[in-house]
Design a protein around this ligand. Sequence first.
Ligand SMILES: NC(=O)c1ccc[n+]([C@@H]2O[C@H](COP(=O)([O-])OP(=O)(O)OC[C@H]3O[C@@H](n4cnc5c(N)ncnc54)[C@H](O)[C@@H]3O)[C@@H](O)[C@H]2O)c1
Length: 402
Amino acid sequence: MSKPQGIRYGMVGGGEGAFIGAVHRMAAALDGDFTLVSGAFSSDSDRNLRSAAALGLDSARVYPTLQAMLAGESALPADQRMEVLAIVTPNHLHAPAAVAALDSGFHVMSEKPMALNLDEALAIEAAVARSGKLYGLTFTYSGYPLVEEARVRVARGDFGVIRLVQAEYWQGWLSLPIDRDGQKQAEWRTDPARAGLGGCLGDIGTHAFHLAEHVSGLAVEAVSADLATHVPGRRLDDDVAALLRFEGGGRGVLKATQVAAGEENGLRLRIYGEKGGLEWSQMEPNTLILRWLDRPAEIVRAGGPGLDALTTARLRTPAGHPEGYVEAFANLYGSFGRALRAGAKTPAAGTVDWFPGIQDGLRTMTFIEAMIENSAGMAKWTSLAGVADARRRAQSPGRIQG
Ligand SMILES: NC(=O)c1ccc[n+]([C@@H]2O[C@H](COP(=O)([O-])OP(=O)(O)OC[C@H]3O[C@@H](n4cnc5c(N)ncnc54)[C@H](O)[C@@H]3O)[C@@H](O)[C@H]2O)c1
């Protein structure tokens, strides 16, 4: 049987000089499942046109704004118009773009963090519910094959009841005030109007939190947080830490920082149960270390023996060829595409078609708000359910109209 035509997608953001848009394009193209058909790549019109030309896009499908793109694409015949909008802009546009796209009948694949705050995230949830469209969030690391292997082994009880979770994400690139010197990626990430409530917290703390909950299979019930800003004059946190209380009594520690001078992308997850534990590091993605109480440690390798079928489904090359960042993104796109083709409304947990969606987004936005509330006050613990309930009660419908 021949492969169906690629799913048509458009992109907002990701113009010349941008970081993650190009990664999305590589990932979406990797398995031939998606075809880029339209874009509003930059608010700078020359840059927008140059970016589109470099990508070989039909000039009729390049739009000056997202609003023009949604209108222009909606006017095309159904078998030509884009089906999915990929949102790869700075954070302040995530929610308005997602709500407008969903309400115009398009599926959405968005960058994290989901929105500037939980109110905006709840507005996206409402737009997903009324549109019936799919919504995916690129929590990249959950797309790595050995992260899936770790999740499966925890879920099937290999380690017994989970007691300890240690999630850390160490970067050093914001050690100096490069945001004030106009470095493009740093500049908006330290501006509350464009980054959101959290700095490092929203940028990479959410990745660590998502991984901790996703792999442990346990929800964080409460946080005890400490947010710091080390670089003078910076307007958002650049270094965060928290104690975590998990459902069922497990305890955790989360550390995310962007001022660990010299660190690259030191994302590491360790989880321990009654019988043993596991360790996975993003910079050694093909290796999963298992530790046991009653026998020597084991090294599980991508492409090696003993892997679950859900892991091998996420592998592309034989053992020893590193499968990294772009491939992890591609796995999320692949799952999203299969779910879309199957007409699914939500990600199917525990299957090869799973991808991070609305619920993952709401959890991470609740985490951000609980961390900020706790760090600012004197309470020892802040409950995530308390924060989420308060926002839902206060929510006024239709706040974001796109
Ligand atoms: N999942 C991950 O691992 C990961 C990694 C990096 C970044 N991100 C997320 O991706 C997003 C983008 O980050 P980045 O580092 O690529 O930023 P960037 O500054 O490199 O790129 C942002 C792009 O958005 C464009 N843009 C801004 N306003 C626009 C508008 N009104 N209309 C159209 N385009 C507009 C800019 O011109 C630029 O091309 C952020 O939300 C970030 O948190 C995620």
